[in-house]
Ligand binder design. Structure first.
Ligand SMILES: O=C([O-])CC(=O)C(=O)O
Ligand SMILES: [Mg+2]
Length: 583
């Protein structure tokens, strides 16, 4: 097995930031040390500044003559990049242009993403990332992250040393078995960890050399892909049973051995595996499942936001009646999250479960076997009489305040469903969360038109504003992107031993508390995307505090430093800093 010795990456990642803003009011002068010089430096995306290298740096770092003579400011570079991206009309092409930028200059990439988050989040993340995955093999240019596959049995621990960075903070891993609402995309699913980690850096304050996207390629059951000449994954059906779990276990141990403090985020694992995997590892690894827990917390945040919208406090949660459509990992995660949050207000889990209705392909779930997971059993327990009831009839029977879709079935919320919701509640909350956009259960426009403008609407992928009877209605994006970057940052900065359930409740509250009065007046139930860095900081602070309260933190703020100051000090801010030569 080949080990990375003094690769360009190794050099880059040995660089350390020598200073950071001080808490005494002035901003310290930041300097980065790098061993790279000359052509190695301009080809290293972690340090490259392109035309923005000053003349003195070009002399000092051996790059004079490797760039055109004019020195540009970062602002000029940003204008230029954005103009080039706007010239492209196809979102997939825009994504490829962003990938190229990330491969050249990570600082500029993240700055561009932050400064244009509204326009570019849909390009690097949902919905475009769905297309990126579908065409991953066709467009493959350069490896990013790591691939562990069924061919690597017994080698994974050694392989981790091929990645030079010693201080990885966040690993996002998928096995590609349920990519967004698109199903099994095998190794093509790598687009998802890459997209999630772009948001970790741009929105969640994690420095780019501290993240690692991973594809755990244990085969695919998508035969079209397997037979496609451009498919780049292993050429066999998906492993099952102990063959699968043993390789996953080897991977987990490899990561923990090499980077003991790294947080592992499970992403887009199929429903049958998501919860068992989480249950296996959550007690002795720092890990969480974004689709189960991140989505659960995002929906809780959206409900708390809806309560603020209706002028109610958090205890109003106990007056909600919620229909949850979709019994996959997201649906079950949402129900569990709601049960956890309702219990905080002093009622028992079984009592809380009476207000929650689960709908799967058979209709309302009113009976459950002992083998089913606990949340399903609890929710089914009180619904015997409604067992099998289909959506419109169920809505009439229970008069819900909210309906949530995580089914992957575009168009499930028909005019009949939405108008019955509007008959049941003054301000029905309609959360059509499946991704990408085409899989959304109904569009914002449909929800507003069919509810005569009364719906509180949120979708998983962004939707445009709607003008109805001359009134502007602004849909919200209820996406785990409001949750996972801050949870990962907070848990990681606290050196938390585990990611706990309470952290997700605190994260959801922090998101809902971040909605400004002006945003509420516009009908939003989530803060605007342009404030996402501040929201992620608030989430990280809440999670850090929770780690301390629950006695799972191992790293504390420095003496005379608050958690807020600590998070602010360590929050990555992409800007060019002076480069110095050295170890
Ligand atoms: O990626 C997203 O936008 C949300 C998510 O985790 C999923 O749909 O699987
Ligand atoms: Mg996901």
């Amino acid at each position: 097995m080949q080990r990375a010795s003094r690769s360009r990456h190794a050099v880059a990642n040995r660089a350390r930031c020598l200073s950071a803003p001080a808490s005494t009011g002035f901003k310290r002068f930041p300097v980065l040390r790098t061993q790279d010089t000359g052509q190695d430096l301009v080809r290293n995306p972690l340090f490259n500044k392109g035309t923005a290298f000053m003349m003195s740096e070009r002399d000092r770092l051996g790059i004079r003559g490797l760039l055109p003579p004019k020195v540009l400011s970062m602002d000029a570079q940003l204008d230029n990049e954005m103009a080039n991206i706007r010239k492209l009309t196809d979102p997939l092409m825009k994504n490829l242009a962003m990938q190229d930028l990330q491969d050249r200059n990570e600082t500029l990439f993240h700055r561009l993403l932050i400064d244009n988050i509204h326009e570019l989040a849909p390009v690097v993340y949902t919905p475009t990332v769905g297309k990126v995955c579908q065409h991953f093999g066709d467009n493959f240019r350069r490896g990013r992250g790591m691939y562990f596959s069924s061919k690597d049995k017994g080698e994974m621990s050694a392989m981790t040393y091929n990645w030079a960075a010693k201080d990885i903070q966040i690993v996002v891993v998928t096995d590609g078995s349920r990519i967004l609402g698109l199903g099994d995309l095998g190794a093509n699913g790598m687009g998802i960890p890459i997209g999630k980690l772009a948001l970790y850096c741009a929105c969640g304050g994690i420095a780019p050399h501290r993240v690692l996207p991973v594809m755990l390629d244990l085969g695919t059951d998508n035969l079209d892909l397997l037979n496609h000449p451009h498919y780049l994954g292993v050429q066999h059906r998906r492993l099952q049973g102990s063959d699968y779990y043993e390789l996953l276990d080897e991977f987990m141990a490899a990561i923990q051995t090499r980077w003991p403090k790294a947080l592992i985020q499970f992403e887009d694992f199929s429903s049958d595996k998501a919860s068992p995997i989480l249950d296996t590892y959550r007690h002795d690894y720092l890990c969480f499942n974004d689709d189960v827990q991140g989505t659960g917390a995002a929906v809780l945040a959206g409900i708390l936001g809806s309560l603020r919208q209706r002028g109610k406090g958090a205890a109003g949660l106990l007056e909600e009646r919620v229909i949850m459509c979709g019994a996959g990992s997201a649906g079950m995660g949402i129900l569990k999250q709601l049960l956890d949050a309702m219990q905080v207000h002093g009622i028992s889990r079984d009592e809380a479960a009476k207000a929650l209705y689960l709908v799967d392909y058979t209709g309302c779930v009113g009976s459950s076997t002992e083998r089913d997971e606990l949340t399903r059993q609890q929710v089914a327990a009180s619904k015997g009489a409604l067992d099998g009831a289909k959506l419109p009839a169920l809505i009439e029977a229970v008069r819900p305040t909210m309906i949530i879709g995580c089914t992957g079935k575009g168009g499930l919320f028909t005019e009949e469903v939405v108008s019955k919701m509007a008959a049941a509640s003054d301000r029905p909350a309609i959360f059509a969360l499946s991704n990408p956009t085409a899989n959304s259960e109904c569009t914002a426009e449909e929800a507003y038109v069919w509810s005569k403008g009364r719906a509180i609407y949120a979708s998983g992928s962004p939707m445009a504003e709607v003008i109805l009877d001359g009134k502007k209605l602004i849909p919200s994006q209820c996406n785990n992107m409001y949750i996972f970057p801050g949870v990962g940052l907070g848990a990681s900065l606290a050196g938390s031993k585990r990611v706990t359930d309470r952290m997700f409740i605190k994260a959801a509250e922090a998101v809902a508390d971040s909605i400004s009065d002006a945003e509420l007046a516009e009908g939003r139930v989530f803060p605007q995307l342009t404030t996402i860095r501040e929201v992620s900081k608030a989430v990280a602070i809440a999670v850090y505090q929770s780690a301390i309260d629950e006695d799972v933190a191992t790293i504390y703020p420095k003496e005379r430093e608050t958690i807020v100051e600590n998070v602010n000090r360590r929050f990555y801010d992409p800007s060019y800093v002076t480069l110095a030569r050295g170890e």
